[in-house]
Design a protein around this ligand. Structure first.
Ligand code: ASP
Length: 597
């Protein structure tokens, strides 16, 4: 080794020892004659002192070094002089009195500061990712990621799971996105598809008798990228035979709790994880990924306005819509400016408007006098209706009521989003809290783009809940699936389901999804055939590792959890990919690229 000890590990216990260090110049300060360098390696920083009196040659060289140069330094561990101890640095009690220095590599002036947590444009960070990754906070994230994956592997190994790799060059494995395809040179005109997930492969492994499988698997999905998506992501792919839903859920719950408690013990985690049905989640939070760190639940108050003279509500109720609201405690006095912003936001989200009612600071139980109340609809509602609303929403003095009316799903979604943004702006969220929940019993199908078309809400291999299969052909929209998501702090962390393991049922589901028998055999023949040779009942789940690390580390961007991520437009600025290939490659593949103009 070029070094005898790590920079960040030096303590008072090493006093008077001769050490050899190697690392990057994090910061350099010239104090008159004496030069101070903070030397950085992965373990942390140590202050090194060059004194022209005791080591003139080393001091001379130290004068020339700049940030990010790589040095090898020999010296003695010493106490820092009184008054210069730095309690903010783990190595802050000591320093190295250097007697020798060797320059191992020089650096140009870095494109951004490595030694400050300054806001650097992400395109520059990604272009110079190897330098961005030197920054201590990025190193911490990747160390955390390593620990998470290692914990998962050890945990599952303890439960008799085995890790099995599955191919990357495969055939279409639909998960609701487009496939990335790879042309075959050996079979011109033929293509592999990269797996959107190892879904069919893990099911085949169950048919192969492995019973408990997992894999830290790369999944490729060509979709329009949203903030927390990447063209390739990593998931803990997991499958078990002879299980019911709750066997899978308890295992994942135990894994998450143990993982958090051992790796980030400072975070608070709720337990047990509640199970909330999809419909209940939509009703209470307006989303299937509820953030449960705060209340502000949606309350249906349609009943309060059944006989209302207020035309807007009247019309909505006549059309089969709903009137729903959330109570924001203590905000009865919210400024008009902020309220107008909320109204604007609701409109942007698709609502016709947003009604607000600010209750006064004193509210005797019978005192629902409209005179005392600030509201955008005080002219249109009656005292009686107001009373009903206050009772139905259990609101009290100084509360703010926000009400949206319209088609049910839209109303819920708007209120759900308002709920999240209010929690942020009113700082209702404890950043140290992890609130997990399982969302269960999703619909099996969602309406597709065209009338009468259905797509799989989870994926095509999901088992309908007991008793539900009878409605597959007659009322597909109402079929409930034996599927589940794990959510945390408003993000989806995992999806899974109990699977179909019977050819006939699988074919019926695929037909509802619009596949004809020929397509079924061509795309899913391998899986269906395995059902003909004795397939066990099975189910599984797949937590996204990038997303999980993002939540555990409290980050806003999934890209910070990945060493070499792509930008939002699926580009890698460091390698400059995607890029053109030489004609000779295209000729071998018998591919001609059309002008994109
Ligand atoms: N294959 C699914 C996915 O990638 C997960 C699962 O059902 O296990 O979302």
């Amino acid at each position: 080794m070029h070094k005898s000890i790590d920079c960040g590990s030096l303590r008072k216990t090493h006093l008077s020892q001769d050490v050899i260090l190697a690392g990057w110049v994090h910061r350099r300060r010239d104090h008159g004659n004496i030069i101070f360098l903070d030397l950085r390696d992965r373990s942390g920083l140590i202050q090194v002192v060059f004194d022209p009196k005791s080591a003139p040659q080393a001091h001379n060289i130290a004068e020339s070094v700049r940030n990010e140069w790589v040095l090898k330094i020999k010296g003695v561990v010493s106490n820092r002089p009184e008054g210069t101890v730095n309690p903010d640095m783990p190595t802050g009690d000591v320093e190295i009195l250097a007697n020798d220095i060797e320059i191992m590599s020089r650096s140009k002036t870095p494109p951004f500061y490595i030694n400050e947590e300054s806001d650097v444009d992400e395109s520059i960070r990604l272009r110079y990712r190897y330098m961005d990754l030197r920054r201590p906070f990025m190193q911490e994230i990747l160390v955390l990621r390593h620990k998470v994956v290692k914990f998962i592997r050890d945990f599952l190994d303890n439960y008799d799971f085995i890790e099995i790799e599955t191919p990357i060059l495969i055939k279409s494995t639909p998960e609701g996105a487009r496939d990335y395809i790879v042309p075959s040179r050996v079979h011109p005109g033929m293509f592999y598809a990269l797996p959107q997930s190892p879904q069919q492969l893990k099911q085949l492994l169950m048919a192969s008798g492995f019973e408990k499988y997992f894999q830290i698997a790369r999944c490729f999905r060509d979709e329009d990228l949203r903030a927390d998506r990447q063209p390739e992501h990593t998931q803990l792919d997991l499958e078990m035979s002879f299980v019911h839903r709750d066997d899978v859920l308890s295992l994942i719950e135990e894994l998450m709790i143990n993982l958090v408690e051992s790796i980030i013990p400072d975070k608070k985690i709720n337990k047990p994880f509640p199970k909330i049905t999809y419909h209940e989640s939509m009703d209470r939070y307006g989303t299937d990924k509820p953030d449960l760190r705060f209340g502000l639940e949606i309350i249906d108050i349609t009943k309060c306005f059944i006989t209302s003279e207020f035309q807007v509500f009247q019309k909505v109720i006549e059309d089969g819509g709903v009137v729903q609201g959330i109570v924001v405690p203590g905000q009865g006095n919210m400024s008009r400016k902020k309220l107008d912003k909320l109204v604007e936001k609701a409109r942007q989200l698709g609502a016709q408007g947003l009604v607000w009612i600010g209750l006064p600071e004193e509210l005797a139980s019978e005192d629902y006098d409209l005179e005392n109340i600030r509201s955008s609809i005080s002219k249109y509602i009656t005292q009686e209706e107001l009373k009903k609303v206050v009772l139905a929403t259990k609101s009290s003095a100084n509360d703010l009521l926000l009400i949206v009316s319209g088609e049910k799903k839209l109303t819920q979604t708007v209120l759900g989003q308002l709920r999240n943004s209010l929690a942020l702006s009113l700082e209702l969220v404890d950043q140290n809290q992890l609130e997990f929940a399982f969302i269960i019993d999703f619909p099996l199908f969602e309406p597709g783009d065209n009338e009468g078309q259905w797509t799989a809400a989870h994926h095509a291999f999901t088992m309908p809940k007991e008793g539900q299969a009878a409605k597959l052909e007659t009322d597909p929209g109402s079929v409930i699936a034996d599927s589940y998501d794990l959510v945390c702090n408003g993000l989806e962390i995992a999806s899974g389901s109990i699977r179909v393991h019977d050819r006939e049922l699988q074919e019926r589901i695929l037909k509802v999804l619009g596949y004809n028998l020929e397509q079924i055999n061509e795309r899913f023949g391998q899986l269906l055939e395995s059902f003909d040779y004795g397939a066990p009942p099975h189910g599984g789940i797949a937590p996204g590792i990038d997303r999980l690390v993002m939540v555990l580390a409290g980050l806003d961007s999934i890209r910070d959890t990945i060493a070499f991520p792509k930008t939002q437009s699926a580009v890698d600025p460091l390698f400059g990919s995607p890029g053109p290939v030489e004609d000779i490659h295209l000729d071998e593949l018998k591919i001609r690229v059309l002008d994109s103009e």
